[in-house]
Design a protein around this ligand. Structure first.
Ligand SMILES: [Fe+2]
Ligand SMILES: [Fe+2]
Length: 282
């Protein structure tokens, strides 16, 4: 069963004064997220191209009108996500030292061309397996973050950006899976290229994170004392354990995102961002 997928237009206030170390006491984890999110303005449009190609070329095979509607809503949500992330990314790039900015921009151009070549050169089934590999991984991370309520020790506006985004990722968690099930080449192919996709974007995220850490060394040292270390180690231990538990599930042959149990924070976040959205469409 899929949830109703709402497209929420948000207006977050990003500024060059915003707290980049938005996870209390944890610059490395903050930069891991901020670095990885640099690729979203290239990755999410690629997911949208994949869904739109499936809709335009093989809609008859999908058959199910509610899945067709959900695939359209998926594209609209991802469109909002990457635009909000692009605004935050632009500000972060503008406050980076020039050398780091140039390295980052060079890598982002390379990433953009990789995703464009996947759309142009790979078969639709491969792109759908990539999409589901990304979506399953994101949904596992999103559940972990909500189950552990990591947002309690984050600061806005980046907290808002993350919570709104992962809540909508969970809202559309069944779409890439169901689209692959309708048009793909079965479990083993999905597993093979889904895992490839995860290695691919995690690898890119690592490279982007390294540039972020190099760009803001003073923020890393400013949060590095014994107390901060103790707190972040305790948080990370719990986080890692729960992530492993949620991630293992996505590789099982019986994995079905529609059957995942949602944490209480999911409905709380849906209600909160419904209320705060400039406009919504379901
Ligand atoms: Fe997204
Ligand atoms: Fe998504």
């Amino acid at each position: 069963m899929s949830d109703s997928i709402t497209v929420r237009k948000m207006q977050f206030e990003f500024s060059d004064e915003m707290e980049l170390v938005f996870i209390e006491h944890d610059p490395e984890l903050s930069f891991l997220f901020l670095g990885t999110w640099m690729l979203l303005p290239y990755l999410e449009p690629y997911l949208m191209r994949t869904m739109r190609k499936a809709l335009s070329e093989r809609q008859d095979e999908i058959g199910n009108s509610s899945l067709i509607h959900d695939m359209q809503q998926f594209c609209s949500q991802e469109g909002q996500h990457y635009q909000q992330h692009a605004k935050a990314n632009e500000i972060i790039l503008s406050i980076m030292p020039e050398a780091s900015r140039l390295t980052m921009v060079g890598l982002l151009e390379n990433i953009e061309s990789q995703y464009k070549s996947f759309s142009a050169e790979q078969p639709l089934e491969w792109n759908l397996a990539y999409a589901e590999g990304f979506e399953a991984y994101t949904a596992a991370g999103a559940r972990t973050q909500m189950e552990l309520r990591v947002f309690d020790y984050m600061t806005n506006p980046i907290r808002d950006l993350m919570l709104w985004h992962i809540m909508e990722e969970l809202e559309h968690r069944t779409v890439a899976f169901d689209a692959y099930e309708a048009l793909g080449r079965g479990y083993l192919y999905r597993l093979r290229y889904g895992v490839w996709a995860q290695k691919h974007f995690v690898g890119l995220g690592r490279q982007l994170t390294a540039i972020m850490l190099q760009a803001f060394p003073e923020l890393v040292t400013a949060h590095d004392d014994a107390e901060a270390r103790r707190i972040r180690e305790a948080h990370r231990k719990v986080y890692l354990k729960r992530t492993m538990k949620n991630l293992i599930g996505i590789y099982m042959p019986w994995y079905s995102p529609g059957r995942l149990k949602m944490p209480p924070m999911y409905e709380e976040a849906r209600a909160e961002y419904d209320r705060r959205a400039l406009s919504t469409a379901t």
